[in-house]
Write a protein that binds this ligand. Structure first.
Ligand SMILES: Cc1cc2nc3c(=O)[nH]c(=O)nc-3n(C[C@H](O)[C@H](O)[C@H](O)COP(=O)(O)OP(=O)(O)OC[C@H]3O[C@@H](n4cnc5c(N)ncnc54)[C@H](O)[C@@H]3O)c2cc1C
Length: 457
């Protein structure tokens, strides 16, 4: 049994773990980063990056199919799925190489292997003990399934769907959350007959109700079928396809079934509970400085209850590194974390949705919806949707919700507005370039400040 000592031992090299390693090394701490698969984790290899590459191929397919509307005649000959996968894998490979270079350059001790938490200061990998004054747990998440629904063959999660090397004729997507609607969107753009099944009353149910409504309307127009408020009962597969039965008796058949019902914490059997770490249904509980109940042990990323997003993991990793280095960083306000769903049309938001704001602030809440019909650039792109502001009367903007092609790119300004607690008038006095989609944010604030330009009062 060999022993190695460093200031910080991090278990898991995904968004949360590697961000923590990079920042800690920058601050002069010695760091050991333990990863059992590939540095970069879910986001780089099986999540954010590969899905967004597929969504970009999907956008190119839509552009080719619909180009005549812009006066350009093209024909879409087909989708060459092996070539799509090669493009996607190329993007991942370039980023992976860059990340490996960063970790090496910052002299992080990268250990390849499966680690187990032994005690507050020790992670064991095979025969070696890695000891640190601080240990950070960052083991991430896995795709969940439902009781009785076994993954295999035609029934898959996003992990297998990302490598599916042909275009299915039809697909059923179980789950109308972020991952479900992104895959539904990709497949529809590739010409697949897609049906989404969602138990909650609406698609992207965590978003503002107005966002779900526009997304559902646009999906309907795109020919994406969906059953909301309907629970899955069972699925049977054979050589020809999958048959899904819903609790209301509806049966659906398709070439494959994507199970996108959420992600669970990857913490089972890793020694966390045995080392005394308090857990709740597999999640690691922390205080707002990301300390677990065991002194010296912190946790970041998807294993900590809250939004399962890569940029939350980055922020938490950086926070923990700085806190350990004694910089006393400000705690992270989860409600200020921006959220983007990259389907077509995109859905983006930050802060509170209107229903939650009303529960919290009652009749102090005002809202304004600016229709992209009045936005020049959105009309040029032929996209529909809105920018919706939720604000307090005579007070700051506390939520921004957007739907439309490319609106994810507007979330940068939206999050500054919400997180800096700007009031409508503050933003109304800032000049937005014309014609940009960004201008829709300016117009919405002009209107909320009582001086609408390209909108009715
Ligand atoms: C299909 C899909 C699309 C997504 N799209 C987006 C998006 O567009 N934007 C966004 O912000 N988020 C997106 N996410 C979520 C994002 O990927 C996660 O929030 C993020 O990866 C979480 O980071 P993490 O560090 O907590 O965990 P992970 O990235 O899961 O990393 C954990 C790492 O720990 C390793 N590990 C686990 N156990 C051990 C062990 N015992 N020993 C050693 N290593 C171990 C794993 O191999 C893994 O590499 C998406 C997720 C999926 C599945």
């Amino acid at each position: 049994m060999s022993d190695q000592q460093s200031d910080l031992v991090i278990l898991g090299g995904g968004s949360g773990g590697y961000a923590c390693a990079l920042r800690a090394a920058e601050l002069g701490l010695s760091v050991t980063l333990i990863e059992q698969a590939e540095l970069g984790g879910t986001c780089l290899h099986r999540g954010c990056i590969p899905t967004k590459a597929l969504l970009h191929s999907a956008e190119v397919a839509d552009t080719a199919r619909e180009s005549a509307a812009f006066g350009v005649n093209t024909t879409l000959d087909g989708i060459d799925m092996p070539a799509v996968l090669k493009y996607k894998d190329g993007v991942v490979a370039r980023l992976y190489k860059g990340l490996q270079g960063l970790v090496k350059a910052r002299k992080v001790n990268f250990v390849s292997g499966t680690g187990t938490l032994i005690d507050a200061n020790t992670v064991r990998v095979g025969e070696a003990n890695y000891r640190g004054a601080n240990v950070v747990l960052a083991t991430g998440s896995y795709a969940r399934s439902l009781p009785g629904l076994e993954i295999g063959g035609r029934i898959m999660t996003s992990d297998q769907a990302l490598g599916y090397d042909s275009v299915p004729k039809s697909a059923i997507v179980l789950g109308g959350g972020v991952i479900g609607v992104e895959f539904a969107s990709i497949w529809r753009s590739f010409g697949v007959d897609v049906t989404i099944v969602e138990a909650l009353p609406r698609l992207v149910a965590a978003e503002d109700a107005a966002s779900s409504k526009v997304l559902e309307r646009t999906f309907r127009k795109r020919g994406i079928a969906f059953h909301t408020g309907t629970k899955f009962a069972n699925a049977i597969q054979d050589d020809s396809g999958v048959t899904v039965t819903l609790e209301d008796g509806t049966t659906l058949t398709a070439e494959l079934l994507l199970v996108a019902v959420g992600r669970g914490p990857q913490t089972d059997g890793l020694g966390f509970a045995e080392a005394g770490v308090t857990m709740d249904r597999g999640f690691v509980l922390t205080d707002d400085r990301l300390n677990t109940n065991v002194p010296g042990v912190r946790a970041v990323g998807d294993i900590v209850p809250g939004l399962q997003l890569a940029h939350r993991g980055f922020a938490q990793g950086i926070f923990v590194a700085e806190d350990i280095a004694g910089l006393s960083p400000r705690t992270i306000d989860e409600s200020g974390i921006p959220r983007v769903t990259y389907c077509e049309p995109e859905v983006a938001s930050v802060g509170l949705n209107e229903d939650v704001a009303k529960e919290r602030f009652g009749d102090q809440v005002v809202s304004y919806e600016y229709n992209l019909g009045g936005n020049g650039k959105s009309q040029i792109l032929m996209t529909n949707g809105f920018v919706k502001l939720v604000a307090l009367k005579e007070g700051p903007v506390i939520g921004i919700h957007m739907v439309g092609a490319r609106v994810g790119e507007l979330i940068g300004e939206a999050q500054l507005i919400v997180n800096w607690q700007a009031e409508a008038d503050d933003v109304a006095s800032l000049i937005h370039a014309h014609p940009t989609q960004n201008e829709a944010l300016g117009e919405a604030h002009l209107a909320l400040a009582g001086k609408p330009l390209h909108a009715h009062a």
